[in-house]
Write a protein that binds this ligand. Sequence first.
Ligand SMILES: N[C@@H](CCC(=O)N[C@@H](CS)C(=O)NCC(=O)O)C(=O)O
Length: 259
Amino acid sequence: MSKLVLYYDDVSPPVRSCMMLIKLLELDVEYKYVDLFKGGQLEKSFLELNPNHTVPTLVHDNLVITDSHIILTHLCEKFEKDSEDEKLWPLSYEERIRVWNMLFFEGTVLFRRDSEFLSGIVRGGFASVDLTLHERKLLEAYNMMETYLRRHKYMAGEHMTIADISIVTTLSTVNLMFPIAAGAADRWPLLNDWFGRMQALPVYHINQTGLEKLCVVIERFGKFKFPNSVTAAPEVKQQREEAASEEANTESQEKAAEK
Ligand SMILES: N[C@@H](CCC(=O)N[C@@H](CS)C(=O)NCC(=O)O)C(=O)O
């Protein structure tokens, strides 16, 4: 009997993609939490598994897979039912290449640009980042996706594939800062429409929960509020309040120490 273990922190967009797919495929997976904001990924035992210290990391029997795009492909390849008509990982060569193309777009363009932006905020606070530069790069990525969607209804074809699942988690993250719908549904109409369809998926709540957590942590590290800050679920709201009171305590302790 094969065993699946996913090392995860659902603040991470690529982790959220894998979690959404796992739910869609109804897989039995053991989840192991790696707290990214407490450096869990740098612990010796995890580094031995994934020297690149990133989540998601999937262990499937003797295989260790350290990239979400490969995890998505692998899980479909192994577990997607043959009877499915509109396969998340299609059967034909041409369709597969289109999916791969978009998975690489996600990894090398969209996620990379998003990650450069957010890691800048975490490292130096919101005030330290070159907002104009990041906005230009991320809105350019919106333009690219709008162009892809002129070719077909979903990112890689006429039905949903793992490329859409991969892209939506990062896109929803970028959308916290640069709202796709901001007064301009006519700027990216196809992207807006596609995003709406993805948000309507029954598994989308998995992305939403992690996104809310990420929003809380980044706002806390960056000392700012996202323009499109997400409405938090009660448990996330509580976390947010605890973070705010912790921050207030630290600030008053710092002030007291200065005196
Ligand atoms: N291309 C990788 C990116 C994975 C990645 O960068 N994950 C981030 C979280 S979003 C991470 O684990 N960062 C921790 C670190 O680099 O130490 C994928 O799609 O799996």
